[in-house]
Every structure is written in C-alpha cells, then in structure tokens.
Ligand binder design. Structure first.
Ligand code: GLU
Length: 431
C-alpha cells in the first residue's frame, strides 16, 4: 500500500490548470500579492462550452465540443488563440487562457488573456468539414467575441484560412466586414505583414538577448527543436539566418539528426511546398521514428533547446537528461514545475514561454491596431516594432531576475502578475 502512495507522490500532476495555479501560487508568495487580488486571479472570468454540430461529408451530423475561456479582461479585451486538437480539455484551455493574461502583461500590450479550443483532429477532416466546424464554432462563441471584447487568433491546428472563415462568419452576422475580430488573418484580408513568422522571430530575439547576457556567440552555435509547425519552422529559419546550426528537429512523425546541420530551407520546402506536411522522408540527415526521437533530441549536447510543440514535454522524469545551456520555450507550458526546479539546479537558462513566444501575440496586437485604423504597415515597420517590444520585455524580465535573484520564469511572472494585480487594484471591485 505504501508503495502506491509513494508512487502517487513522486508523479507530478500534468494537469495544465493545476500547473498554472501552482505557478500563480508561487509568484503570489514571492511578490506578496494582496490575498483579495490573488483570490480573483485564480478563476477565469468567463468559461463558455459549446456544442458544434457539423454536417460531415458522409451526410451524417457530428457534434464536436468546443470552449472559449476568458481568464481576465482587466487590462483590455481578452486575447488568445484557438486550438483544434484531439487532446483539448477545458482545463488545458483554462491554463492557456491564464498564461495569455500574464504574457500580454509581460510584453505590455493592452489585453487580458483568453483561449479557445475544439476537441477534433483537423488532419482527419475534409476542407469542407473544417470550414463547417470553424464557421459554426465562430457562431457559437460569437456571443462573447468582438474587436472590443475578445479577439481570437491561430494556435495549434488552426491557420490563417480558418481565421478568414471566422472573420467572414462574424461579418455575415453583423452585416459588414469586422476585420478586427480575429488576428492571424491572411495579409490579403486585413492581416498583418510579418504575422506568420512573428512567433519564431520573437523567439530568436530573446535567444539573441540571452546570448548577449551570457556572453555567447550565435555563429556556429547548435540548436535542437521539438516541433516543426508554425513556431518550430519560423524559429529554425531565423536561427539558421543568424548562423546557428540546427542539429536536431522532431515532429509527430519522428526526428532528424545531423551533427553538421540540417538544411532548414530545404526542410521547410519539404513540409510546405512538396506537401509532405511532416519531416519524415526528408533526405540526408539520420531519421529516427516514433517517441524515441524526442528522448534523443532532449538529451543532445546542444547550446539551445527549443520546445515548440505541446505542454508538459520537459518533466521531472527527463529534465535531468537535458544538456542544453539555454531552453527557449516556443510552446506554451512545455516545462513542468518539477522539471523547472531540476533545470534551475543544473544552471540551465530558461527563457519562459510567456516571454519567449510572445512575438505572435505582439504582432496580433499590431494587426488589430492596423485593422482598427484601416492603415497598414510594411514588413520592416512590423519587425522593428516587434524587436523593440521583445527587447524591452526581455530587459525588464532580466532586470527583475537579477534584482530579485530569481529565475527568468519567476521574474516574468513577477512582472506579468504584478501588472495585472496593480491594474485590478486601480479598477477596484465592482460593485
Ligand atoms: N496562439 C498564440 C499564443 O499562444 C498567439 C495568440 C494571439 O495572437 O492572440 O500566444
């Protein structure tokens, strides 16, 4: 019996919402958060569950379950992506919404945090079914979204076409084009230049600033990336341009490994233009199939490791195998609290998700501003403003980390949660 208890105790909870609450609890202690504010921040302001009926290609109707959670509307309308994935749960969406609240505060854009998701496998839907799902989901959540209320965007499993359908759906309801209701739209449809690769560009800026701080040289450095979706691809490309050697990449199909560096431009061509979608079948580097690929990737002797896939990838169980000097979190919540502790003891410099991957939501903010003004920027303007925002946020977090002798994650939380708490106090409690 004792054995069972020990077993239960040594396995950490991988429920993202429990993890998000734990992180909030940790920072509450560190910044002496007003207990009345803490009490309010522990709950999402609004949670909506929707049934999304879709007429499938075989003529049958299938219902998918979707969510939209608005964690906080204190600093402005809520903001955050929509995830289409079979493993979506309400607790996951709640955690992602809370993380968006802190992220928007860390990079100082005037939004609260939200997230949405639908339990589905978009790879198994036809384009027509996917459009039906996107439009009906947009209809169901339309009661709480809008350019001044809550602004969705892409996330795992969604893209600019889905954002175009959602924008069109809301616009059809209202009787005129409501461009500012979602971001991450195609450039031809009131999207922003530079949005597509913004997250990876932001990850690169935070790695560059980390390198300056640690006195390291980017040229010739090695990086391994978990995930080769929107975030993984754009991060790999930007790092490749700055002289990094990408020596390992994994996705759901497996992993590619090459100590001399993988040709990232050719690999992007393989997954995009050649329509292969996954990295499997790419010629040249060694290919390892299945879950083993990630174990190998995480234990590579590299300078930088970029988890750019899902939550809970670096855990208490595998953290000790990590040899990278820097971990830059392209994904949301890739590192569990147990792993965090282990990595900290090992002296790994972690650039936390709410800072590292904020480039996406920052350019979403620029897109929303451009939509509201009907005045569009060129790509240089977008990238320059993005760089300013990311470098300022990085400097601010680093300063707090040094002053408080805290990790970068704790410092980012101190900054983010501290700002939201201060705004909440100023607004007061209604009524
Ligand atoms: N899904 C992205 C994130 O997790 C972007 C959100 C947005 O642009 O609103 O930050």
């Amino acid at each position: 019996m004792n054995g069972n208890v020990d077993q239960a105790q040594c396995h950490e909870s991988l429920n993202p919402w429990h993890i998000a609450l734990k992180q909030l609890e940790n920072v509450a202690g560190a910044i002496d958060l007003d207990p009345n504010v803490y009490e309010r921040l522990r709950y999402p302001q609004r949670e909506l569950t929707v049934a999304v009926p879709v007429r499938m290609d075989d003529g049958r109707t299938r219902v998918f379950i979707g969510y939209r959670v608005q964690h906080s509307l204190i600093r402005g309308p809520s903001k955050g992506g929509i995830r289409f994935h079979p493993a979506v749960t309400l607790d996951e969406i709640k955690a992602l919404a809370m993380w968006m609240t802190w992220k928007c505060a860390v990079v100082n854009i005037p939004y609260g945090g939200a997230k949405g998701g639908v339990i589905c496998d978009p790879l198994k839907l036809s384009t027509r079914e996917l459009e039906g799902l996107s439009r009906r989901y947009a209809t169901e959540i339309s009661i709480i979204v809008g350019p001044t209320k809550d602004i969705p965007a892409p996330d795992l499993g969604t893209d600019n076409q889905i954002m175009a359908w959602m924008m069109d759906t809301i616009s059809m309801h209202r009787g005129f084009s409501v461009t500012g209701v979602v971001t991450g739209k195609p450039v031809l449809l009131a999207g922003s230049r530079g949005r597509a690769g913004a997250t990876g560009r932001g990850v690169m800026y935070t790695i560059r600033e980390t390198y300056k701080h640690l006195g390291m040289q980017m040229k010739g450095s090695t990086v391994a990336l978990q995930g080769f979706g929107k975030v993984g691809k754009s991060t790999a490309l930007r790092l490749h341009e700055t002289g990094f050697k990408v020596v390992g990449v994994t996705d759901v199909s497996g992993g590619l490994f090459d100590p001399n560096g993988i040709d990232i431009i050719a690999l992007i061509r393989h997954v995009e233009d050649d329509g292969m979608r996954f990295i499997e079948g790419f010629r040249g580097p060694e290919f390892v199939k299945g879950a083993e690929a990630n174990d190998r990737l995480f234990s590579m002797d590299v300078d930088v490791l970029v988890p750019a896939a899902l939550e809970n990838q670096i855990t208490g169980e595998n953290a000790d195998s990590i040899k990278a000097r820097v971990v830059a979190e392209g994904a949301n919540g890739p590192t569990t609290p147990d792993a965090d502790r282990i990595l900290e003891e090992k002296g790994v410099f972690i650039i936390p998700d709410i800072l590292a991957n904020a480039g996406g939501v920052v350019v979403s903010y620029f897109e929303w501003v451009q939509d509201l003004q009907s005045f569009f920027w060129n790509e240089d303007q977008v990238n320059t403003q993005l760089e300013n925002v990311m470098v300022n946020a990085f400097d601010e977090v680093l300063m707090i980390a040094q002053r408080e002798k805290a990790s970068m994650r704790m410092a980012a939380y101190m900054l983010g949660v501290g700002k939201v708490a201060a705004a909440m106090k100023l607004r007061g409690l209604y009524p």
